[in-house]
Ligand binder design. Structure first.
Ligand SMILES: Nc1ncnc2c1ncn2[C@@H]1O[C@H](COP(=O)(O)OP(=O)(O)OP(=O)(O)O)[C@@H](O)[C@H]1O
Ligand SMILES: [Mg+2]
Length: 336
């Protein structure tokens, strides 16, 4: 099946006005998105997320590489390819401030060639979904930031395009509204066959909504994988072992030699060690070393890891046993 969005060796640099230095905002990025996929573009500030989104929706031209939407190069067949895309960009809410909520929805549907009558039911549905029904006759400039953001996403939904791009959909929203937007996106993902690319630096949003995540840093893709596989990759083999007595020096040296991520805390009432195993069998190696001095084991806990920790490990290049090649091989699986 042909991907609906195909980004191939794309580069984009900016020249800073002040000192003329060149910033490689996007540095040779390639990925493909298939119909119905919900993909997160996750990365810290300045990673290149907005630049990537803007290039996909044709607002910026890459210096190199190609972007195809439904097989059409978006710089050669701009209008035709962009017909398949709607986007909500960070900061730019694509709304008319002097129109009401309902009028905005009707206006933008009209831009896509649909009459008020045609979209009435859909608008009613969206107003309910986004909890904006009681504000339908309110002017947009009187809405809170969260409501404006919800309306902007509703406008993008109404466009009925196959692909929706959302740049930082929860940025600047309070916790409650952020949760609300997250829940609405989850519902859209569940109920509608849309292809959605969401950029965010908020891991919770990506984890809650996306099946697949592309992590970007310094303009490059660090990993492209299924969210659950990424967590499993790091989750599986980190253990905290509580001991009945402190380790002796020789044991610490041996554990350090075997496990690069070995941590030991002896100051507490009960000494604790944390090991990350390369394979499940390695737990026996830990026990062998403990047994040498008959160190009592009081408790063993398999640690759970959250997506935030996975993200930090990947960004820091601390992929541990999950080395980069295993991450990339999963990525090709994810994008096939
Ligand atoms: N118009 C511009 N002129 C110069 N440099 C720019 C411009 N736009 C972006 N950059 C630089 O390009 C890099 C990537 O920026 P981009 O906005 O794509 O990152 P981002 O991942 O969206 O970050 P954030 O999480 O802060 O939104 C950054 O170093 C940024 O400073
Ligand atoms: Mg951005």
């Amino acid at each position: 099946m042909e991907p609906i969005v195909s980004v191939s060796h794309v580069k984009k640099s900016y020249q800073k006005r002040k000192d003329k230095t060149v910033v490689k905002a996007v540095d040779d990025i390639s990925f493909q998105v298939h119909k119905g996929e919900i993909v997160g573009l996750l990365g810290p500030n300045g990673a290149g997320k907005t630049t990537t989104i803007k290039m996909i929706c044709g607002l910026l031209k890459p210096n190199q590489g190609t972007i195809k939407i439904q097989g059409l190069d978006n710089s050669k067949h701009r209008l035709k390819s962009l017909k398949h895309i709607s986007a909500v960009l960070e900061g730019n809410r694509n709304l008319y401030w002097r129109l009401t909520v309902r009028e905005n929805l009707e206006y933008f549907a009209g831009n896509r060639g649909k009459s008020k009558k045609q979209v009435k039911d859909q608008i009613d549905y969206l107003l309910e979904l986004f909890h904006l029904k009681m504000k339908e006759h309110e002017l947009v400039n009187r809405l809170s930031r969260g409501m404006q953001q919800k309306l902007a996403i509703a406008v993008a939904m109404l466009a009925d395009t196959e692909v929706i791009l959302l740049d930082e959909p929860t940025l600047g929203l309070d916790v409650e509204t952020s949760y609300e937007v997250r829940d609405i996106l989850k519902k859209i993902v569940r109920d509608e066959a849309r292809t959605i690319i969401i950029s965010s630096h908020d891991m919770a949003v990506i984890q809650a909504v996306c099946e697949r995540v592309i992590i970007v840093n310094n303009g490059k893709i660090v990993t492209d994988n299924r969210v659950e596989d990424l967590i499993a990759l790091f989750d599986a083999r980190q253990y905290t072992i509580t001991l009945g007595q402190p380790l002796i020096h020789r044991q610490i040296t041996q554990l350090k030699a075997c496990f690069s991520n070995f941590e030991y805390e002896s100051e507490q009432l009960k000494p604790k060690l944390v090991v990350e195993l390369l394979s499940a069998e390695q737990i026996y190696q830990v026990f062998d070393i403990l047994k040498k001095n008959e160190t009592p084991v009081e408790d063993i806990n398999r640690n759970t890891i959250n997506f935030e920790q996975v993200f930090i490990k990947i960004i820091k290049g601390e992929t541990g046993h999950a080395n980069h090649s295993s991450l990339s091989s999963k990525s090709s699986k994810a994008s096939n």
